[in-house]
Design a protein around this ligand. Sequence first.
Ligand SMILES: CC(=O)N[C@H]1[C@@H](OP(=O)(O)OP(=O)(O)OC[C@H]2O[C@@H](n3ccc(=O)[nH]c3=O)[C@H](O)[C@@H]2O)O[C@H](CO)[C@@H](O)[C@@H]1O
Length: 355
Amino acid sequence: MNKKEKVVLTTGGTGGHIYPALAIAKKLKDKNIDVLFIGTSHRMEKTIVPNEGYRFIGLDIVPLKSVSAVFKILKGTLRSIRILRREKATKVIGFGNYISIPVILAAKFLRIPYYLQEQNSIMGLANKKFYKGSKKVFLAFRNTLNSIPGKYREKFIVTGNPLREEFYHKEKAKEREKLGITEEEKVLFIIGGSLGAKNINEAVLKKWDKIQEMKNLRLFWGTGKDLFEEVISKITDYGSAVVLPYFDNAADIMSAADMVLCRAGASTVSELIQLEKPSIVIPYDFVGQKENAEEIEFVNGTKIFENKNVSDAIDEALLEIKQPDILDFMSENLKTLKKGNAVCSIVKHIDLEEK
Ligand SMILES: CC(=O)N[C@H]1[C@@H](OP(=O)(O)OP(=O)(O)OC[C@H]2O[C@@H](n3ccc(=O)[nH]c3=O)[C@H](O)[C@@H]2O)O[C@H](CO)[C@@H](O)[C@@H]1O
C-alpha cells in the first residue's frame, strides 16, 4: 500500500454520480492507493459502494431545500473534518451535487488539496461554488468551459466522463455472439437513467404490439428497479424481449445494440460516445440533460425528442434501426467526440506521490 497517499472520494445520489467515482477508485486501488468513500446514509451509494468492496461512510444529509437541511450540512461538515483528520486524507475528489459539499468544505478547512469532476455539460451548483479553490476540475464536455471566466480556465481539463472499465474494451461482434444474437437481428436497448423513466416505460407498453410484430427485432429493456413490477404486470407475451429492472451488464448490451433509446444522463451520453452507438434520446427535463444530449446531437450522433413526444421517439427508433446507412452515419460522427480513457487521464492529473 502506498503509505503517502489516502484519497477520499465524495459522491452519491444517482448512478450518474457514483459510477464515475467507482471507476476512479478502481484505478487508484490498482495503484495500491487507499481510498475511502463518503456519501449519504440514505441513497444508492450506501449499498453500491460497499458492494464494490470499498470502505464507505454515510452522512445524514439531504437536498438543500429547508433550514434543517442546512444544519445537516453543517453537522456533516464537522463530521467530515473529524473523518479527514482521523484518516489522514491527502487528497479529496468531489463528484458534484449537494452530497459533496460537507467533505469539500472540510477539505478547504484542513487545506487538503481537492479536485472536482463534472459529469454534465452544464456545471452543477456545488462544483460552480467550489471550483475556484480546487486544484483541478475534470470535465466531460468541452462546452462546459464556455461558462468559465478566462482566468480560471487553466484549472480545467476536458477528459470525458470516467466510465466503468468494461466500456473501454468492447467489441460489438463478440458481445452479440455472447448473447446469441444472429446477424439478421437488430438489437434495440431501452433504458431510462439509473432509476428508470416512467414515461418511457408507459410509451413502450403502448407500442408493445408494434414492437412484437417487428421481424428480427431483439429488445432489451431496463425499466428501473422501482418501476419493474408495475411494467411486468402489464405484459402477457414477451416474445424474444428481455425485460429487467436493471442491467448490471449494460456495457455488454449497449455494445451489442444497433440502436439505444434512453435519457440523456451524463454517463449514458458518454457511454454512447465511447461505444459509438446511434441513439434516440429523450432528455429528462430540468436537470441539464438537454445540453448533454446536444453534445452528441451537434455532430449528428443522435436525435433528440421531448418528453411529450416519447411515443414518436419509439416510432423513430423502430424506423431507423432498419436503416444501416443512418446507423453508420451516426456512429461515424460520434467518433469525433471520443477522448480516450478518462479514468487514466484523470488519475494521471491528480498529483499523487509515488510510494
Ligand atoms: C434525474 C437526474 O437527476 N439525473 C441525473 C443523474 O442521472 P442518472 O444517474 O440517471 O444517469 P447517467 O446517465 O449519468 O448514469 C446512469 C448510469 O446507469 C447505468 N445503467 C442504467 C440502466 C441500467 O439498466 N443499467 C445501468 O448500468 C448507465 O449505463 C449509466 O452508467 O446523474 C447524471 C450525472 O450527474 C445527470 O446527468 C442526470 O441528469
